[in-house]
Design a protein around this ligand. Structure first.
Ligand code: NAP
Length: 305
């Protein structure tokens, strides 16, 4: 009798559909917004955009639209790039004092003559729905639940939870240590509780032997900003791969002359991983959904139970 060849055919990873999960989350938020509105409070987000960076203009428009779709108040204050820092701070003070504004977001990057940290610190921490104010950063680190977690890492955690990924005791390797993604991601995953309880490693540009760390990951979160740098051969078979990266790669075959790609080489990684997020359509849609949720929470906290 001939022995069956011992060949393992890779099954292919299951797609984590961030767009669908974000839609569900936005529907959940809209329901809670309607309930709050019945109590006389309509959550309101004000975005401040300084200058005319085209990518920022696109982000801001989609944030405003998402707010309105969820039944919230969404408003954008557009200021010229030459706006003096003092004038921007005065706008922030006004919004801080306005009871109809529950969430304030100053779109980054700001023009060079403005100190972004000063602006972030000026936003009232209970309206800082971006989660960048030091008070919220501190709350995140100590595991307090009355602050705001930054939207992208919070969205990643939500994706893991809603996709049924077991995080407890998992080796979670994060590539990237920015204040926006990598560091808060680590702070979320290391807490005790659902969607967390992981053993966390944070890698960066000074990490020795990145591939060895990546290879240990049950959950890999890539937030580097380098197109397709994580390849399938670096992964542990069955790993869950979350690709935060959003990179433009020149591509003459595309109408715009470029295509969007993540930090993970999707074709090779999806042959090894058990679950993987696509780019676009993975983490991206979750960021706005979490912004809506943070704004809803800010409004809910103004209502005495
Ligand atoms: N989908 C979304 O909503 C969303 C939101 C935010 C960001 N993003 C995307 O996520 C990516 C990361 O964003 P970010 O703001 O965190 O970027 P960032 O501030 O540029 O940080 C990149 C991180 O990657 C590390 N890094 C760079 N080269 C590396 C290498 N060869 N090996 C290991 N680590 C390396 C850097 O290390 P050092 O600290 O040592 O320099 C840094 O910590 C970007 O593609 C961005 O567009 C997406």
């Amino acid at each position: 009798m001939r022995a069956e060849p011992n060949v393992t055919v890779p099954a292919g990873a299951e797609l984590i559909d961030g767009a669908a999960i974000a839609r569900q989350l936005r529907a959940d938020v809209a329901e809670e917004v309607a309930a709050l509105a019945e109590r006389g409070v309509v959550p309101g987000l004000t975005v401040v955009l300084v200058g005319d960076d085209p990518a920022s203009a696109v982000y801001v428009r989609s944030k405003e639209r998402a707010c309105l779709e969820a039944g919230m108040r969404g408003q954008t204050i557009r200021l010229p790039a030459s706006t003096p820092q003092a004038e921007l701070l005065a706008y922030v003070d006004q919004l801080n004092a306005d009871p109809a504004v529950h969430g304030i977001l100053v779109q980054m990057p700001l023009p060079k003559h403005i100190d972004a940290d000063l602006v972030i610190h000026r936003i009232r921490s209970d309206k800082d729905v971006d989660g960048f104010h030091p008070v919220n950063v501190g709350k995140l680190l100590i595991g307090a639940t009355d602050g705001f977690a930054p939207c992208t890492p919070a969205g990643v955690q939500e994706l893991l939870v809603r996709s049924g990924v077991q995080t407890r005791g998992a080796e979670c390797v994060i590539v990237g240590r920015s204040n926006i993604v990598g560091k808060p991601m680590a702070a979320l995953m290391v807490q005790s509780g659902p969607g967390a309880d992981a053993t966390v490693t944070v890698c960066h540009s000074r990490t020795r032997d990145l591939a060895a760390h990546v290879r240990r990951a049950d959950i890999l979160i890539a937030a580097v900003g380098r197109a397709e740098m994580i390849t399938g051969d670096m992964l542990k078979p069955g790993a869950v791969v979350i690709d935060v990266g959003m990179n433009r790669v020149e591509d003459g075959s595309q109408p715009r002359g470029y295509r969007l790609t993540g930090d993970v080489h999707f074709a090779s990684a999806s042959r090894v991983a058990s679950k993987i997020t696509p780019v676009p359509g993975g983490v991206g849609p979750m960021t706005i959904a979490m912004l809506l949720r943070n704004t809803l929470r800010a409004a809910q906290r103004t209502v005495v139970a």
